[in-house]
Write a protein that binds this ligand. Structure first.
Ligand code: SF4
Ligand code: F3S
Length: 110
């Protein structure tokens, strides 16, 4: 099991998480990041960096977070998404979207 990025990241993408990952596990899409489960060493350092608590241990994912286990793996292994290791500005409307719970249908895969 690894850590996973979940729904609160969608449309926000703060990217604070990527700076602390010792394994450079994060990949970036248009409005979401994913963690490559093959690289993650379960160090948990990224968890406290996320301002919207989007990162969780896959082994502790609740029912609503479970689908993100396969999703992170698929997106990270899909070579369309590139590694990201440096923090950058969040998405322009992050303040509007950070309080929205139901955003799954907005996730852009390319
Ligand atoms: Fe990287 Fe550690 Fe987070 Fe895994 S738990 S993505 S290794 S910072
Ligand atoms: Fe997303 Fe949180 Fe990282 S919003 S980009 S998981 S800091």
């Amino acid at each position: 099991m690894s850590f996973i990025v979940t729904e609160p990241c969608i449309q926000c993408k703060y990217t604070d998480c990527v700076e602390v990952c010792p394994m450079n596990c994060f990949v970036e899409g248009p409005n979401f990041l994913a963690i490559d489960p093959d690289g993650c060493i379960d160090c948990s350092m990224c968890v406290s960096e996320c301002p919207v608590n989007a990162i969780v241990n896959a082994a502790e994912a609740d029912a609503s977070q479970q689908p993100y286990i396969a999703l992170n793996a698929e997106l990270a292994r899909d070579l369309k998404w590139k590694p990201i290791t440096r923090r950058k500005s969040p998405l322009p409307e992050h303040e509007k979207w950070r309080g929205v719970k139901d955003k799954r249908e907005l996730l852009l895969e390319e």
